[in-house]
Design a protein around this ligand. Structure first.
Ligand SMILES: Nc1nc2c(ncn2[C@@H]2O[C@H](COP(=O)(O)OP(=O)(O)OP(=O)(O)O)[C@@H](O)[C@H]2O)c(=O)[nH]1
Ligand SMILES: [Mg+2]
Length: 223
């Protein structure tokens, strides 16, 4: 699968004002500065599509990007866990993220981004558990793989899996990416393309019923 056209549509602080569509959308989340906006630009092959910054806290709203004339959408979400933000802004960001993830029926898969250089962090593990509790379909995307060699990168991914196995019976789909080098681009797009094809085949069912991607349907973090 490829992206032929990607266009910025709208930014919102209110999930109820997001575009009224009936097509699947894929959202990107993770800690501030993990590389969400850069990854979206890499997928779209357009470095000026989503705004990126060396300073954390750049994306503060729900940003919708229309792909291939509205066949599907990419959504850039604000980062969580940026300590330098004031309490009020942190609370506002958490509200936006929570309302979007739990309320947006079109959200077909949430890509949770993790910096490949970092050992498992409490904030990310707790976020993943929260997704599990709410049965949110997600996949894990390691970012910035160019900053580690392939051997060190593979070791970090393996260590992360070990930690996940302590809580999760089944692991989610895992991707390794670099926005600098376009690593993982085709794998991610093919994953999205497969889900889109499956949804198109089952078009008569309401989106609500189709929210689960095929391979993490039975994922559970319950003992
Ligand atoms: N080397 C390298 N740098 C990256 C990669 N992805 C992102 N960066 C850098 O990391 C910084 C943050 O990237 P963003 O894409 O703005 O991160 P974000 O997660 O959208 O951040 P917020 O919107 O602030 O939450 C920028 O300086 C990027 O150039 C990557 O794959 N490789
Ligand atoms: Mg961003």
């Amino acid at each position: 699968m490829d992206i032929k056209k990607a266009v910025y549509e709208i930014s919102n602080a209110d999930v109820n004002k997001c575009p009224a569509t009936d097509v699947p959308e894929y959202a990107f989340i993770g800690r501030s500065n993990v590389g969400k906006s850069s990854l979206i630009n890499m997928l779209a092959k357009n470095n000026s599509l989503a705004k990126t910054s060396q300073k954390p806290g750049k994306t503060l709203l729900i940003n919708h990007f229309r792909i291939d004339d509205g066949k599907w959408y990419i959504v850039d979400l604000p980062g969580y866990g940026y300590a330098a933000r004031g309490k009020d802004q942190r609370r506002e960001i958490s509200r936006i993220i929570e309302e979007y993830i739990l309320g947006r029926q079109q959200m077909t898969c949430l890509f949770v981004l993790l910096d490949i250089r970092h050992k498992p962090q409490k904030i990310d593990l707790e976020f993943l558990e929260w997704l599990g509790e709410h049965h949110v379909p997600f996949a894990i995307v390691f970012t910035k793989a160019d900053k580690l060699g392939p051997v060190a990168g593979a070791r970090m991914v393996e260590e992360y899996k070990q930690v996940l196995r302590q809580t999760w019976e089944e692991l989610p789909p895992i991707f390794v990416t670099s926005s600098e080098k376009s690593t993982g681009r085709q794998e991610l797009l093919d994953y999205i393309g497969d889900i889109n094809s499956r949804l198109a085949q089952e078009k008569n069912k309401p989106l609500e019923e189709l929210r689960q991607p095929a391979n993490n349907q039975s994922m559970t973090n319950e003992p």
